[in-house]
Design a protein around this ligand. Structure first.
Ligand SMILES: [Zn+2]
Length: 193
């Protein structure tokens, strides 16, 4: 068996393989010791854990996300079950959010949530969308009508379009619902502009 010694030159891979094997062999022992220590130092551990989570927030979030996407079907089932069980909490949260956000922001966040669930890539901010509206001078990109613009993904997300600003345009409600999830050239063939 490979033995770790300080005098011997070992590569990082060897060292990590050794550490892993050592940990696996002593796992129960190490865990018992950790648990005993944690039980004795409950308060300190809580403080440490909180601090750790704060320090490593980005890494931990990334890990959680990666894990979620690895088992996305399962994750969705678990989340749906949680929402079912905690309906009051969910409702209270959305109500609080409704109060806190402007309708514009609300639409924005709703849309982000929907797109995330479709695993679309890319991103834009509320400011990006505001800039697009300004650039279009509040006029529908399809019919030229001056009306409330809704977000349209030029290449639909369902056809591999991204959520980046360069894939966004403002359409009036009726043009947007007519276009739905068609690719631009199909839409032009059907509607004629
Ligand atoms: Zn229009």
């Amino acid at each position: 068996m490979f033995k770790w010694s300080v005098t011997r030159k070992v590569t990082k891979t060897q060292k990590s393989a050794y550490d892993k094997a050592r940990y696996a062999a002593k796992r129960a022992d190490i865990r018992a010791k950790q648990n005993a220590y944690a039980a004795e130092h409950r308060k300190e551990k809580r403080v440490y854990d909180k601090d750790y989570q704060k320090r490593k927030r980005k890494l931990l979030t990334a890990k959680r996300k990666a894990c979620r996407y690895k088992n996305i079907e399962h994750a969705r089932l678990v989340e749906a079950a949680w929402r079912e069980k905690n309906r009051e909490k969910v409702n209270a949260y959305s109500k609080a959010m409704l109060k806190k956000r402007t309708p514009e922001e609300h639409r924005h966040f709703n849309e982000i949530a929907r797109n995330r669930s479709k695993n679309a890539t890319g991103a834009h901010t509320a400011k990006d969308w505001q800039d697009i509206i300004v650039r279009q001078q509040g006029v529908c990109a399809a019919c030229g009508e001056d009306s409330l613009l809704t977000k349209d993904h030029i290449v639909p997300l369902s056809k591999g379009g991204t959520h980046n600003p360069d894939n966004l345009q403002g359409l009036c409600k009726s043009c947007n619902s007519r276009k739905h999830a068609k690719l631009p050239h199909i839409h032009v063939q059907v509607v004629g502009y």
